[in-house]
Design a protein around this ligand. Structure first.
Ligand SMILES: [Zn+2]
Length: 619
């Protein structure tokens, strides 16, 4: 790292050519585009920013306006961190952070003077103090309001936090301790990991549009990773805890905040809510939050995963059973609907419900009454239904697999929960949260993530979303040594598709589609490999030496059968299925969500099959 902080000045940047940055700024007036590398930029009038501040403050109030503008900046900072990462090459973290200040200057925000900073990615250590000279944001604000008592460079503070958090792979928070708008000669900002601030509540509120939780969020609760674990792990961190079940994890991304706003609005109503989105994206967490902030909070929250229950048992699970109702029913039992009386019933993977169960559910929603299996009288129920699916229900309707009338009943308030790859700003928050969680649970002292690991985690495609991230960090904590950091090798063992350079995708700017293509191709490749590999191995093993009694390897038999070869040997379906499942588990390092995705199953369906497989293997 350069010893002289002046080196960050735009004319003489050692280590980083600001000219390199300039070259990435392209004006394309014919097309009406400005590009900074792959990001589309806008030239806006600085004076308009003062108007924006004023309008927002007057319509929303000071706090809300400040929060909104801070998050706007956070998003820009997070995007620029990707660019910095691409340009970074082999330079040190400190130099890379310096590049952020140069980007900030290039964008015309202020002249940034790094006063001191001190970065250690592996320890998660970050301390920075910067001076902003001639902040455009402060000037714009002062044109409207004059000098005041508040620091007002909200967007730029958000930028610094977004840039550093994304870069460090853990939440770093900046605060403006002095501002030009307060009459100081220049603005002074200080940044450090969020858990090292003593009273970060207010700043954190600015990063989270709508806290759905009453308790502390992941952002807040994140204690230093090196803190000594308590004597006994808290009950909330038990291994059996499902995804985020113990935490009110709230993201900082725009996409996630948008859902949170909708959840808050929906909570006041009695309307049916339908969460859409991939497995592991946090639909159940949101459903629980919805319940907790709704007028039904005092009632029960009952969750059921429709895909995890054998089809013939779904109805009795949902609606209960009357004694003698079906073979084996020796006593009457209430179903989930009745157990959720006065509260909320969460129906996950609703798209897998059987036809008869769909009919009964429709009636329950319409008439507000249910009938137990084998029962003769209707039971009134007062239950709010929240459903979730990762399927395209419209398509299921079109294919005749899902009742249209039920779809319309459920689709009153649809909410899309974006997959993790569309909200990469949230990744550092979750990384830090899970690191802390597993350090605590296993009484470990893993310090953080190496730079390579951070890069890999931020660039990964996350087919299994937050649940997959949780699994990987759990694995990392298990494999890394105490007092050292988690490295790539601790995280990705099982053939996860590691994009070589996937920065620059995933911000909903249309680039994502292109960026995903190689990865999808990779998945196809992986789908083919098990057979290919086995077939190749089989050629050697069974080849010349193999006697007529030794059957050809499964891959060969399947290939022969598929090709319609003469006299193809048998390839029993259960054998093929077992081989596929084992292969998928192996390739994903035992990650069930990712394996399920490979096989086109839900996670619950895969777990069901794995259990069956184990039974076969055992017996
Ligand atoms: Zn300022």
């Amino acid at each position: 790292m350069p010893s002289n902080p002046e080196t960050a000045s735009a004319d003489t940047p050692p280590g980083f050519p600001a000219q390199g940055l300039m070259a990435r700024l392209r004006f394309d007036p014919q097309e009406g585009r400005i590009w900074l590398d792959q990001q589309r930029m806008l030239l806006v009038h600085a004076s308009a920013q003062g108007v924006l501040h004023q309008e927002l403050i007057e319509t929303l109030g000071l706090d809300a306006a400040r929060g909104l503008i801070t998050r706007l900046g956070y998003n820009s900072g997070s995007n620029d961190a990707e660019l910095a990462h691409r340009l970074r090459g082999s330079s040190s973290p400190a130099e890379a952070i310096l590049l952020g200040t140069q980007l900030h200057m290039l964008e015309g925000v202020a002249r940034v003077e790094p006063v001191r900073f001190d970065v250690d990615e592996e320890r998660g250590h970050f301390h920075g103090e910067f001076h902003w000279h001639g902040s455009a944001e402060a000037e714009a604000h002062m044109r409207v309001y004059g000098q005041g008592t508040d620091a007002v460079c909200w967007q730029q503070v958000g930028y610094a936090s977004g840039f550093s958090s994304r870069f460090m792979g853990r939440p770093v928070m900046f605060r403006e301790v002095r501002c030009r708008a307060q009459g100081a000669p220049h603005c002074v900002i200080v940044g450090k990991p969020v858990d090292e601030w003593v009273d970060a509540e207010e700043d954190l509120r600015n990063l989270q549009a709508d806290r759905l939780s009453r308790g502390p969020s992941a952002f807040r609760r994140a204690a230093p990773a090196v803190s000594v674990a308590p004597a006994a792990a808290p009950a909330s961190a038990s291994a059996a805890q499902s995804l985020l079940g113990d935490a009110d994890v709230v993201g900082v991304s725009a996409g996630f905040n948008a859902v949170c706003h909708m959840v808050r609005r929906a909570a006041r109503t009695q309307a049916t809510v339908l969460f859409l989105g991939e497995s592991g994206a946090g639909k159940e967490v949101l459903a629980r939050s919805l319940h907790r902030i709704s007028p039904r909070a005092q009632g029960p929250f009952v969750a059921i995963n429709c895909a995890a229950i054998p089809e013939e048992l779904v109805e009795s699970e949902l609606f209960g059973v009357e004694k003698g109702g079906f073979t084996g029913a020796v006593s009457s039992r209430a179903g989930r609907f009745e157990r959720a009386e006065g509260g909320t019933l969460f129906l996950d993977e609703i798209g897998t419900l059987s036809g008869p169960a769909q009919g009964k559910l429709l009636r329950a929603l319409q008439e507000r009454e249910i009938e137990r299996v084998g029962g003769i009288r209707a039971v009134k129920v007062d239950v709010r239904v929240v459903a979730a699916t990762n399927l395209d229900l419209r398509e299921a309707v079109a294919r005749g697999r899902f009742r249209e009338d039920l779809f319309f009943r459920l689709n009153v308030l649809p909410m899309r929960v974006p997959p993790l790859r569309e909200r990469r700003e949230d990744i550092p928050v979750f990384m830090n949260h899970f690191l802390h969680k597993f350090n605590q649970r296993d009484q470990r002292r893993v310090t953080g993530f190496t730079g390579r690991a951070i890069d890999a985690l931020l660039a990964y495609r996350w087919p299994g979303n937050i649940r997959e991230l949780e699994n990987l960090v759990e694995r990392g904590v298990a494999l890394a040594a105490d007092d050292s950091a988690i490295d790539v090798g601790h995280l990705f063992l099982g053939g996860e598709e590691l994009g070589a350079d996937r920065w620059g995708s995933g911000f909903g700017d249309g680039m994502d589609i292109d960026a995903d293509l190689p990865s999808q191709a990779g998945e196809l490749r992986r789908m083919r490999e098990p057979f290919g590999a086995e077939a190749a191995a089989g050629t050697e093993a069974a080849g010349r030496g193999g006697g007529p009694t030794s059957p050809a390897p499964l891959g060969q038999r399947v290939a022969a059968l598929l090709a319609g070869a003469e006299g193809a040997a048998a390839a029993p379906l259960d054998e093929v299925e077992a081989a596929l499942i084992r292969s998928a588990m192996k390739r994903t390092g035992g990650n069930q969500s990712a394996a399920a995705r490979l096989l086109g199953l839900t996670r619950a369906q895969l777990i069901y099959r794995l259990k069956a497989l184990k039974r076969v293997e055992a017996g």
